[in-house]
Design a protein around this ligand. Structure first.
Ligand SMILES: *Cc1c(COP(=O)(O)O)cnc(C)c1O
Length: 348
């Protein structure tokens, strides 16, 4: 299908590599009959602005410039990868970034020594506003409006970017990403039965699902939830795609309808909650580091990959030959959770 892409700011090093994980695939081939697992290295989009958010930001920043904006306001958790990528991408594009962060429960926002992504937000010159959990949850739309008005008063113009950059604009990143990964697979002589990713604000999954349907491939996109449940993500994907259809009625010709029935979410591996992992998840991260030299993170990719390995054990992918795990990045999130990896280093 001919897809009419909007303007794009080139920020990522594309295409990212597609690599076979043969050692881990071998480990799970017997007795589980697991597939050949491939990894799409979207953690390598750019070393500092690494991860999936940069694909979305290519379209978001192009839109910001087209609207004459000089500021980007966005939001997320204290260790938000999306906010960090936005802070750096804004710096590169000559825009100001302002990140509205949900202070983590156990940090005293005032006395905090910034670590991981938060440290990088400051390094990149972003304006950082930390809000207590309660205020963040109850006032987020108002906070966006207040700050937008604040900048307007100063004669500046801000673009507000929703959580994770996930909406009808941001999902262009993974419509293009789906096109890229399917082309990579064809280059290797196969069409994957499954594309698997961590799903958090839903946009990556929305883009991949929509992209695969636009391409007309039968590849099943499965999101492994890291926070909310299946019903939430089914709704969110439908909402992102509807927003995309409304904003870009001419993006595709010849009557296309998105089939929401094909959207698949597995919500059995969230663990105790968003950004909270379990010993098993930390161990799966260590396993991938040891067997493949591949670094996953405890908030998104480690949870999703742990879930994937467990589902392979349970026989879900018994009849699948090739499965692609989209590595969405997040490695800066390892360090603030160093204590969780204690069994890897404590007795060494
Ligand atoms: C944000 C993020 C995700 C989830 O992507 P969404 O588009 O928000 O669902 C997955 N992995 C990493 C590392 C992320 O930062």
């Amino acid at each position: 299908m001919n897809i009419e892409y909007p303007a794009r700011e080139l920020l990522a090093n594309l295409p990212t590599p597609l690599q076979a994980l043969d050692r881990i695939s071998e480990t799970f081939s017997y007795p589980y009959n697991g597939p050949r697992i491939w990894v799409k290295r979207d953690d390598l989009t750019e070393s500092a602005m690494s991860g999936n958010k940069l694909r979305k930001l290519e379209f978001i920043i192009a839109e910001a410039k087209a609207q004459g904006c000089d500021t980007l306001i966005t939001c997320g958790g204290e260790q938000s990868n999306h906010c960090r990528a936005t802070a750096l991408a804004a710096a590169k594009a000559g825009l100001q970034a302002h990140v509205l962060l949900r202070a983590s429960r156990n940090s005293d926002a005032g006395a905090l020594t910034p670590d991981g992504n938060l440290l990088v937000d400051y390094l990149a010159g972003a304006r950082v506003s930390l809000y207590p959990l309660k205020e963040y949850l109850s006032r987020l739309p108002t906070l966006f409006e207040e700050w937008r008005a604040h900048y307007l008063q100063q004669g500046r113009k801000a673009l507000c970017i929703p959580t994770g950059g996930s909406d009808g604009l941001g999902i262009w990143g993974y419509i293009a990403g789906a096109e890229e990964v399917i082309a990579d697979c064809r280059g290797q002589g196969f069409e994957p039965e499954y594309l698997v990713c961590a799903t958090g604000s839903g946009g990556t999954q929305s883009g991949l699902s929509l992209g695969c349907q636009l391409l007309g491939v039968s590849t099943q996109v499965t999101g492994y939830a890291v926070c909310d449940d299946e019903a939430y993500f089914l709704r969110k994907v439908a909402q992102d795609v509807a927003d995309w259809e409304a904003r870009y009625p001419n993006a595709v010709v010849d009557g296309f309808t998105f089939d929401t029935q094909r959207v698949a979410v597995i919500d059995d591996y969230i663990g105790p909650g968003y950004a909270m992992a379990t010993e098993e998840i930390y161990q799966s991260i260590a396993l991938l580091a040891q067997q493949e030299g591949l670094l996953l993170d405890p908030v998104y990719t480690g949870k999703a990959f742990h879930g994937l390995l467990n589902e392979i054990k349970r026989g879900r992918y018994r009849d699948c030959k090739n499965l692609v795990f989209v590595h969405t990045g997040g490695q800066f999130g390892i360090f603030p959770q160093r204590a969780g990896f204690k069994s890897s280093w404590a007795e060494k």
